[in-house]
Structure formats: structure tokens, C-alpha cells
Ligand binder design. Structure first.
Ligand code: TMP
Length: 207
């Protein structure tokens, strides 16, 4: 398994600040002279944007397996069209969500057998894991409230608190299994404190 040093993912529950902190970290690294590509799942490609619409449309009552495979369609396109080529040109890639989201949402929260997800990982992303994963952790209801303020309401935001607590516990479990790669950051604090921690983690990981 190759782990390119410049491949970083952000993970966490709804409203935990992944996109804000991806942008802030990208800006910081560019300021240090690095080439940085910011991307996200689902929807990091033109095709992915269409898949994202299908996945998040509140009116779509989707079978869990159909949902899982759509996330992997999005990912197959994303890694081949965007992530691999950027890593090959030595560009730092920061993705807002990656495979850990699937394990947490479709595995721990929806209840799909984790071995199915691990098999799909071997097929779709056989030779790559993020070098570093920043996991933003905070209370589920506080995160959902942040999103409501931002008027975000998609198919997942309409799930129960229980569902989102299973996602959070899933993320915590994944982090406890891979402490080298995954660093948990308390995202309930203000943006500046969280940013400081993230920069310290990245600098230490690259030392
Ligand atoms: P976003 O709101 O962070 O853009 O993500 C869209 C939703 O997709 C979010 O509710 C989490 C969900 N998701 C999964 O359920 N499985 C996955 O593999 C990914 C990448 C996202």
C-alpha cells in the first residue's frame, strides 16, 4: 500500500467544519510554496457532480446497496481523473471526505457489512490511502445545528440523530484502529484553535 505524503483527507460528521478547514489548510500550504489541489467526495469530477445530486436529493428513497455503489462510482472516477494524476505531478491533494466516510456512513450507520466495503476499497482504490487523515470530532446535534444555520438540508441531514451518532461512533472506532494515520481534532472549538491544531499535526506528520 503506497501512502503518498501529499495525500490528506478530512473526515467528520455533518457541520464539523471539514470544508472550511480543508480550505484553510490549503491556503496555509500554498503560502509555504506548495502546489495544492482541493477536492471533495462525492462530486470531485463532472460526472461526480451528477452522482452527488442523485445521492443527496431528499426525494430519492435509495436502497443502501445502490447508495454504496454510487459512492464507489463517484470514487472510481475521482481517483482516476483527479487524485492519482495530481499525486503523480507531486501536487498535494486535500480531499474533503474519502473512504473513511463510507465505512462510517454506509458501514457503521447504515449497517452494511464492513467486509463488503473493504472489498470495494481493494477494487476501487487498491494501492492508495491518505498519508494523513484529520478527523474533526464534535457533538452531532451541534454539528447539525451549524448546517441548519447554513441552510444545508440534504438526504443525510434529514436522517435521525441516532443515525448521526452511529456515524460519529464509527469515525471514532476507525480512528482508534489507525492512530498513526488518523488524528482526531476537537472541532467544537473556534476556527482559530482548530486550525492551529491541524497545522501542528500536518507539520509533525511531515517531519
Ligand atoms: P458533504 O455534505 O460533506 O459534501 O457530503 C455529502 C454527504 O455524503 C454527507 O452526508 C456524507 C455522505 N457520504 C457518505 O454517506 N458516504 C461516503 O462515502 C461519502 C464520501 C459521503
Amino acid at each position: 500500500m503506497s501512502r503518498a505524503k501529499g495525500f490528506i483527507s478530512f473526515e467528520g460528521i455533518e457541520g464539523s467544519g471539514k470544508s472550511t478547514h480543508s480550505k484553510l489548510l490549503a491556503g496555509y500550504l500554498r503560502g509555504k510554496g506548495h502546489e495544492v489541489l482541493e477536492t471533495a467526495e462525492p462530486g470531485g469530477t463532472r460526472i461526480g457532480i451528477k452522482i452527488r445530486k442523485l445521492l443527496l436529493e431528499p426525494a430519492n428513497h435509495m436502497d443502501p446497496l445502490a447508495e454504496l455503489l454510487l459512492y464507489y462510482s463517484d470514487r472510481a472516477q475521482h481517483v482516476r481523473e483527479v487524485i492519482y494524476p495530481a499525486i503523480l505531478r507531486n501536487t498535494i491533494v486535500i480531499t474533503d471526505r474519502f473512504t473513511d466516510s463510507t465505512v462510517a456512513y454506509q458501514g457503521y450507520a447504515r449497517g452494511i457489512d464492513l467486509s463488503i466495503i473493504h472489498t470495494l476499497n481493494e477494487i476501487v482504490v487498491p494501492d492508495m490511502k491518505p498519508f494523513l487523515t484529520i478527523m474533526l470530532d464534535m457533538d452531532v446535534e451541534a454539528g447539525l445545528a451549524r448546517n441548519r444555520e447554513a441552510r444545508k438540508s440534504d438526504r443525510f441531514e434529514q436522517e435521525t440523530i441516532d443515525f448521526h451518532n452511529r456515524v460519529r461512533q464509527g469515525f471514532q472506532q476507525i480512528a482508534s484502529e489507525e492512530p498513526e494515520r488518523i488524528k482526531v481534532v476537537d472541532a467544537s472549538r473556534g476556527i482559530e484553535a482548530v486550525t492551529r491544531d491541524i497545522i501542528k499535526i500536518v507539520e509533525e506528520a511531515w517531519r
